[in-house]
Design a protein around this ligand. Structure first.
Ligand code: AMP
Length: 275
């Protein structure tokens, strides 16, 4: 992969990179499409990164569907699929970890210790291998985009980090590989997440409510769904620092992580507050 990238870069070609964990859906394909429109060469990687899964999380049961993915990629206009193996990325003796401090500990990081260290370490490795001009990430994983932007800036990586909009099912549920874990009843209940976030966003837009009122309503809407078994966080945050807001900014991150049965779902929307 490194040799291939060097060859393309030597010829003055730009490389767009879409890192994924596979089991591809329309959300992933939208990133590939964007990358296709902005670069000469499009590289997609599939790697279920053991380093970013905590003890007791779903690493073993995470869907793996390489044959299906190949079909989708053939139809997608991507040029190169990179599928590294665990033992090649993490050979015996591998001892390095990269951490983006502060922002990695908030929101999802508070409930998934070590997760963002795993993400940042693998993303840095993949960047060094693929050598992209631009790399594409989904807003669905908002905190991830904040952490990766920080990483690229702090370490002077000469890579443009591009955040793409969240693709949703017709009923609003953000597309996610983990939606496959939901039973039919849970799948119907899962629509509560985007509905509640959208409602909170509208409350912010209206200018008639304060952050506490919005947060309370958001939490109440999520609680009202009987199949929501846990609300890990739900609130309004500064989109840059991810710190919870007690006063609205112009741009506000409305985000939540919930569990429906045993499945953890996250989603977010950005809400404008008109002063
Ligand atoms: P994953 O395979 O879940 O690690 O996701 C790979 C990339 O696709 C990440 O940058 C995600 O943020 C992005 N992604 C996942 N779901 C969506 C979605 N529904 N819309 C847009 N991007 C997404």
């Amino acid at each position: 992969m490194q040799e291939t990238s060097k060859r393309h870069l030597c010829k003055g070609k730009t490389i767009g990179f879409v890192p994924t964990m596979g089991a591809l859906h329309e959300g992933h394909l939208s990133l590939i499409k964007r990358s296709r429109s902005e670069n000469d060469i499009v590289v997609v990687s599939i790697f279920v990164n053991p380093l970013q899964f905590g003890y007791g999380e779903d690493f073993d049961k995470y869907p793996r569907a390489v044959e299906d993915d190949l079909e989708k990629l053939r139809a997608s206009d991507a040029d190169i699929l990179f599928v590294p193996e665990d033992k090649n990325l993490y050979p015996d003796g591998f001892a390095s970890r990269l951490t983006v401090e502060g922002i990695s500990d908030r929101l999802c990081g508070a409930f998934r210790p070590g997760h963002f260290t795993g993400v940042v370490t693998v993303v840095c490795k993949l960047f060094n291998i693929v050598k992209p001009t631009r790399a594409y990430f989904g807003q669905k994983d908002f905190q991830q985009t904040v952490v990766i932007n920080r990483l690229a800036e702090d370490l002077n990586m000469d890579i443009e980090i591009i955040t793409c909009p969240t693709l949703r099912e017709n009923d609003g549920l953000a597309m996610s590989t983990r939606n496959a874990y939901l039973s039919a009843g849970e799948r119907a209940a899962a629509t509560v997440l985007y509905k509640a976030l959208s409602h909170a966003s509208q409350m912010i837009n209206s200018g008639s409510y304060g952050p506490e009122e919005v947060k309370n309503k958001l939490t109440a809407l999520l609680r009202a769904e009987a199949l929501v078994s846990d609300i890990q966080y739900a609130g309004i945050y500064d989109p840059k620092t991810l710190i919870e807001l007690d006063q609205f900014k112009q741009q506000n991150l409305v985000a939540a992580a919930i569990k429906i049965g045993g499945t953890r779902l996250i989603d977010n929307v950005l809400a404008v507050f008109h002063t």
